[in-house]
Ligand binder design. Structure first.
Ligand code: NAD
Length: 467
């Protein structure tokens, strides 16, 4: 027993479960059930059996039950936040674990409150064609470890709202956060419509090709996204792919370094850099370069880092030892190429094995791994430019196209934004999401949209009725 009743409700026994480490300390915080492909088959069968009755409840009743589920999440938000803060590592405060837990309730309510009405496409000469959105059947939700509960909800809530049943496969690094939010939802939902299968890669690989799955909502790396596309060849599962990002930011000539520093900092370092749509390469005009770097370094040195459960922390550990290695390798490679480490550039060993200091790197160009690859951690390469067209070309040279941002005069920023290849371009902000505003990537960052009416339509089958 722990002091967290939600954790106690979901944790498997030591004998049967797999130990899950606290990201900050490495201590075992709980045990995740180890499901097999047979459990997956059973969950899909149960989902198929439960789905018609769930769809039959109709939009209003499903929305009512989802609102009750959101209330349940809200009532237990502190326990949920504490599980996330330990398992994934993000601090309770700032845009951290309490924000993630609260966001789960917000996104469930938003899915419940957004209405999808049939559209009349054509009406003349005695003929009328209507477009309806009907359930697909069973949706599989496969998620990453960085915002495990919230991203799970982004996949689950719209799918349920549109009358589908859902089988969820969490990342093997963060199953407890997902089990916890699903446990809360299930206190209000009929049996069988929402199930978690917490297994290894084998379960993940089977789920995308499962004959009983009609759609896969996948959020994760581009590499795994490609595997999912291949797996879906046989069952022809529809796909929404939210994949990796290497978001560029462009700071225009004349930008006020002091005014934009904080927005830039959190655009980069939200969740200690472990965010798909975090700013990952920053192109700064020569005329403001040194001022922007100085302002970012000042923040990097003053924002407190520590365990997620410490009320004073605003930056936390890397979630996994593998991610810690990736970040260390990229910074060491940059240093070996002659880049300048303005601040950070080393582990924060005194805090724990997976902490890495907030790091600002300059004297670096495209072609360095730290610029070209997704670092997914607390480090930003700052690239100096003198010609704006050249900066835009470099921003677009990546195979990724998730988000991007432009900083400075809003009018000029808007003209630049129109030339950037990304699913979202923010002006004087980066990474802010809104449940009513669609979000998704282009190029190798994936396809399909989440959130709002677009997101609901993506988990339904369009059906035309012509009279
Ligand atoms: P990952 O691709 O390693 O894993 C994602 C999920 O896929 C996990 O649940 C994993 O177990 C599962 N999986 C692995 N192999 C599979 C297979 N063959 N078939 C089916 N499932 C399989 O990604 P990650 O390391 O957990 O997450 C980090 C990545 O996710 C980063 O690239 C980040 O940019 C991206 N991401 C994107 C978004 C977005 O909205 N675009 C959001 C968050 C994270």
């Amino acid at each position: 027993m722990t002091d967290n009743t939600l954790l106690d409700a979901i944790s498997a026994t030591q004998e049967e479960g797999r130990p899950i480490p606290d990201a900050a300390t490495g201590e075992t915080m709980g045990y995740a059930p180890v499901h097999t492909t047979a459990d997956l088959d059973a969950a899909v069968e149960a989902a198929r059996a439960a789905q018609p009755a769930w769809a039959g409840l109709g939009h209003d009743e499903r929305a009512r039950l989802l609102r009750l589920a959101a209330d349940e999440i809200e009532a237990n938000a502190e326990d949920l936040a504490r599980i996330i803060a330990r398992e994934q590592g993000k601090p309770l405060n700032g845009a951290g674990a309490r924000f993630e837990a609260g966001g789960c309730a917000v996104w469930v309510r938003s899915a419940a409150d957004t209405a999808i009405e049939p559209e009349v496409l054509f009406e003349a000469e005695g003929t009328r064609s209507e477009l309806h959105y009907v359930p697909l059947g069973v949706v599989a939700a496969i998620g990453p470890w960085n915002w495990p509960a919230l991203i799970g909800i982004w996949q689950i809530a719209p799918s349920l709202r549109m009358g589908n049943a859902v089988v969820v496969k969490p990342s093997s690094y963060t199953p407890l956060s997902v089990l916890a939010v699903v446990e809360l939802m299930n206190r209000r939902l009929p049996e069988g419509v929402l199930t978690v299968v917490s297994g290894n890669r084998e379960v993940g690989a089977r789920i995308a090709s499962h004959p009983g799955i009609d759609k896969v909502m996948f959020t994760g790396s581009t590499e795994t996204g490609r595997e999912i596309v291949r797996s879906s060849a046989d069952n022809l599962a529809r796909l929404t792919l939210e994949l990796g990002g290497n978001d560029p930011g462009i700071v225009l000539p004349g930008a006020d370094a002091r005014a934009i520093a904080e927005g830039l900092f959190w655009g980069i370092f939200i969740n200690t850099g472990q965010t798909c749509a975090a700013l990952k390469r920053l192109y700064v005009h020569d005329s403001v370069h040194d001022e922007v770097v100085a302002a970012l370094a000042e923040l990097a040195e003053s924002i407190p880092m520590g365990p997620g459960t410490d009320e004073g922390s605003l930056l936390g550990p890397l979630t996994t030892p593998q991610q810690f290695e990736i970040v260390s390798r990229l910074v060491d490679d940059a240093r070996a190429r002659g880049a300048r480490i303005v601040t950070g550039g080393e582990p924060a060993e005194e805090l724990g094995a997976q902490f890495y200091r907030a790091t600002i790197v300059t004297n670096i160009e495209d072609g360095a791994a730290l610029v070209d690859e997704e670092q997914f951690g607390p480090v930003i390469p700052v690239i100096r430019y003198s010609d704006l067209d050249d900066a835009i070309a470099r921003a677009n040279a990546s195979e990724q196209g998730l988000g991007a941002s432009v900083w400075g005069d809003p009018g000029e920023a808007r003209r630049v934004a129109e030339r950037i290849e990304a699913g979202t371009v923010w002006i004087n902000q980066h990474g802010t999401l809104n449940p009513m505003v669609p979000f998704g990537g282009v190029k190798a960052s994936g396809y399909g949209l989440e959130f709002g009416a677009h997101g609901l339509k993506a988990v339904a089958a369009p059906k035309v009725i012509t009279v």
